[in-house]
Design a protein around this ligand. Structure first.
Ligand SMILES: Nc1ncnc2c1ncn2[C@@H]1O[C@H](COP(=O)(O)OP(=O)(O)OP(=O)(O)O)[C@@H](O)[C@H]1O
Length: 323
């Protein structure tokens, strides 16, 4: 079996323009390899090109240029062999069928009748089997799409904003189910706007904006890349400024502020600052905060837009992203 699940090279997609506008460049040169067993988030704002990239990887949309291999074969071959399946944002469900009927019907197409019960249970649908699809919530319908995607027992699952429209609890349940699936060695690639989803679920994040990859790193590293951490603690009354000097002297701490007895140290060396706050300074109520992926995302995209070494973002691409 090929160990590279997804191999994308020089991928570009232009959609024809309308009303005298030039073509929309949805994907502007993406290269990425995803190894078997990886869980990878495609993170980016609206119109970044995530869906287009995933649709090409599923053989739903032809690229303008470049290539995609899925487990060493074309996307269409991989899909028809049942090696890859997807949970897409919309479509694909018949509203008048019941949940159980839907799963059985699709299972029959795949010759997977024996898997119906197992898949329903894994997607958390056992209790909903008799409910009409039209009476399911958006989150329940996404679970149904998820169950259908599991039927061929795919090696790769592609999820395009699978939790769109779910509330926080449903989202958490969904990702718990997914986590169990990935323990079985599946490759999972998902698109999301939810920074906390990438952070909670994907060890690797590919940051996409204006049709290009802006960063491709371990998610934790990405979070640390931009923005400092803070370590804050409440120190005993009367702690002198001289005592805080030790904190200021730490390598990697660039600012120390005291607001009453609450001392906040900002910089990359938050662990060292925390240790000093709790020991030498006798502090309590320690809080360490890391920058959110959101702030990393905006800082990174800003930096990259301004950095000529990365090449200017073409006007055409910028337009595409702003539509
Ligand atoms: N069929 C199409 N015809 C014309 N333009 C399109 C088409 N599909 C997508 N686009 C445009 O291509 C760009 C990328 O869209 P895409 O849906 O891939 O982004 P996305 O990152 O998935 O966004 P979202 O998070 O909103 O789903 C956008 O500017 C979008 O308007």
């Amino acid at each position: 079996m090929a160990s590279t699940a997804l191999r994308i090279r020089g991928l570009r997609k232009e959609y024809p323009g309308h009303d005298g506008h030039g073509p929309v460049v949805a994907v502007d040169g993406i290269d990425v390899d995803i190894e078997a067993g990886e869980i990878v988030a495609f993170l980016g704002p609206n119109g970044a090109g995530k869906t287009t990239t995933l649709d090409i990887a599923l053989g739903l949309v032809p690229p303008t240029a470049g290539s995609v291999e899925v487990l060493g074969v074309s996307p269409r071959q991989a899909v028809s062999a049942g090696h890859v399946s997807a949970v897409l944002q919309t479509g694909g469900l018949l509203r008048d069928l019941r949940v159980g009927e839907t799963v059985r019907a699709i299972a029959a197409l795949h010759g997977a009748g024996g898997r119906v019960e197992d898949v329903m249970r894994r997607a958390g649908l056992a209790e909903l089997a008799a409910r009409k699809v039209s009476q399911c919530s958006g989150g329940e319908q996404q679970r149904l799409r998820f169950a259908l995607a599991l039927l061929p027992d795919p090696q790769i699952l592609v999820l395009d904003e699978p939790t769109a429209g779910m509330d926080a609890a449903a989202r958490r349940d969904f990702w718990e189910t997914m986590r169990a699936e990935t323990h079985q060695g599946r490759t999972v690639v998902f698109a999301t706007h939810y920074l906390e989803e990438a952070q909670a679920f994907a060890p690797r994040t590919v940051l996409i904006d204006h049709g290009r990859i802006r960063a491709d790193r371990p998610t934790d590293e990405l979070r640390n890349l931009v923005g400092d951490r803070t370590a804050a603690a409440t120190v005993p009354p009367g702690t002198s400024d001289a005592a805080l000097a030790a904190l200021r002297a730490l390598d990697g701490i660039r600012e120390v502020r005291a607001d009453g007895n609450r001392v906040v140290a900002t910089g990359t060396a938050s662990d060292d600052a925390a240790r000093l706050l709790l020991t030498t300074l006798g502090g309590r109520d320690l809080e360490v905060t890391a920058p959110s992926l959101e702030s990393a995302f905006f800082a990174l995209t800003e930096t990259l837009h301004q950095d000529p070494a990365q090449g200017p973002v073409s006007e055409k691409t910028r337009e595409a992203g702003e539509r």
